[in-house]
Design a protein around this ligand. Structure first.
Ligand code: PRT
Ligand code: ZN
Length: 283
């Protein structure tokens, strides 16, 4: 049995739950407790505050966890980073009052910086040889300069909207983060096997993300050209049609290229184009 710690509420909760679902691991969310068990995979889900996840995984209370890389880095505990998960993207940046002229990290010399990430900040300041006073606060770090508690902040930025609405500007992007799957350093053989099964499924989820299945009728004479337009995993599938001189062509394309590919295919005579979502691709 594996136990995974995920955020109970907050920004990572929904994507973490959705990821388990995509891996075919059903958790009955309606009956959600502190600890829920999957009905179809030997996995228990432990719902926690994100701050507690690295510690719980390092201690082995949970074998796995889904948490922001920022929390893992800040806590500095011994856990294995198994995989970057592609959601919860953000950065931790230094920001100063909008009107202040900025000329590089020396600006922070002798200043007070409010943050919930003192360790990551200290490492950055040491690297730059800057001595500043780190004011540790949790929550609403962005109001610290206006409140006179600090001269600058070191906080999570995503769109940048919070900084702007607090009269601040981002001057140093220090740490890039996203949600990661972490594991205890010392999994049992059985746990390693279950994790490998989860990662096998995750690979297929990753490969199929943003992919579309496309099928169409196309004149036989245009098949070569269509294959050039549609490089599939190995090569597109071409099936003869009952109608003389026509084929059915099936392939997988990136959703981002879809309309351009359709334009090119129509130009060489494709008809009856059907586009379907891709659920899973097993390479
Ligand atoms: O209750 P719990 O302790 O579990 O949650 P929390 O309040 O500590 O964390 P939560 O849910 O806010 O964030 C969880 C994780 O999401 C973080 O550790 C990051 O890894 C990731 N993440 C991604 C973010 C953001 N984007 C984000 N924008 N975490 C916080 N923010 C906040 C930021 O603190 C700032 O106040 O959003 C504001 C900035 O957003 P923009 O878009 O205005 O720049
Ligand atoms: Zn938190």
């Amino acid at each position: 049995m594996l136990r995974i710690a995920i955020q109970s509420k907050g920004r990572l909760n929904e994507d973490s739950t959705a990821l388990l679902q995509e891996l075919g691991i059903n958790i009955d969310d309606a009956k959600r407790k502190f600890l829920s068990q999957s009905a179809n995979f030997p996995l228990e889900v432990l719902y926690l505050r994100d701050d507690d996840i690295p510690q719980v995984v390092a201690a082995g209370t949970a074998s796995l966890g889904i948490v922001g890389l920022n929390e893992v880095e800040e806590k500095g505990l011994k856990v294995r980073i198994v995989e970057k998960l592609g959601f919860g993207g953000c950065r931790i940046s230094l920001a100063i009052p909008k009107a202040a002229p900025y000329d590089g990290p020396q600006w922070f010399e002798g200043k007070r910086i409010a943050t919930s990430y003192p360790n990551i900040l200290k490492r950055f300041l040491d690297e730059k040889g800057v001595k500043a006073s780190i004011e540790f606060i949790t929550g609403s770090v962005e109001v610290a300069p206006a409140a006179g508690i600090a001269d600058a902040i070191f906080d999570i930025v995503s769109s940048g909207g919070t900084l702007v609405s607090n009269g601040l500007k981002e001057v140093e992007r220090v740490f890039e983060s996203e949600a990661v799957l972490i594991s205890n350093d010392n999994l049992s053989e059985e746990e390693e096997k279950l994790l490998a099964e989860m990662m096998f499924r995750f690979e297929s989820v990753k490969v199929s993300r943003g992919k579309k299945y496309i099928l169409m009728n196309i004149p036989r004479a245009s098949v070569e050209e269509a294959i050039r337009i549609l490089p599939a995993m190995r090569s597109p599938t071409v099936l003869p049609l009952a109608a003389e001189g026509w084929c059915s062509l099936h392939s997988v394309v990136n959703a981002s290229d879809l309309w351009e590919k359709i334009r090119q295919l129509k130009a060489i005579g494709a008809e009856g184009i059907l586009v379907l979502g891709v659920d899973k691709i097993i390479p």
